[in-house]
Ligand binder design. Sequence first.
Ligand SMILES: [Zn+2]
Length: 247
Amino acid sequence: MRKSPVDYKYIKYTVVGSIMCGILISSPLFGEAAKSLWKGHANSPKIALTFDDGPKPLYLRPILDILKKHDVQATFFVVAREAERYPRLIKRLISEGHEVGNHTYSHPRLDRIPTKDIEGEIKSASSSISKLTGKKVIYFRPPGGHYNKLISSVVRENQMITVFWSINAGDYTTFTSNPSKNGYITYYSKSEAQIYSDVVQKTVPGSIILFHSTKETIKALPRIIHAFKERGLEMATISTLRQNDIQ
Ligand SMILES: [Zn+2]
């Protein structure tokens, strides 16, 4: 029996997007800029769990409870405008040994806004986060991974390091729209089991893993942490990961 032919016309007009983080691509497009980090050293058992967006208390609190229970520290790239609404949650992040990074002030797509706005988004986020944490902000992650030379130079001028990821948990809602079918849109979210198997199978020593705070992430996280510990992988903040040299 023949398999159904692939509908290339459909694929041609298909647009894949994301609601959660505006991620239009599964990983950043290029490795420009010396001050960018994609992963840690492969000879070290250390890996880094990173969480983007928010803080959204409904999801972040259970995630912090899980990390605390398993004595795991992670890095949270927060949107400063949201962080200002939940100062106690940011203080909890710091008091439990986590690291807080800059994910801009209001989460715009930085490669589509004027230069002065790029500077404003990055600088005001660092200033705001720094006031909340009492620490200098060292790490930056661009919304959706969208990046260019201009953004890179602003990050460098502000003495920060851009942190991308080598593994994307894909734990956000994506949508597919097909203009040839009257803009018919389907929504898709990975299940807990899919998140677990994708992350655990792909992770190797030195991996930096991108998560978001979602209901399915909360369900998958304890099993993921358990699997990493079984394999002898040590979950650490980005700063701790960098202590073992940078690739
Ligand atoms: Zn984001």
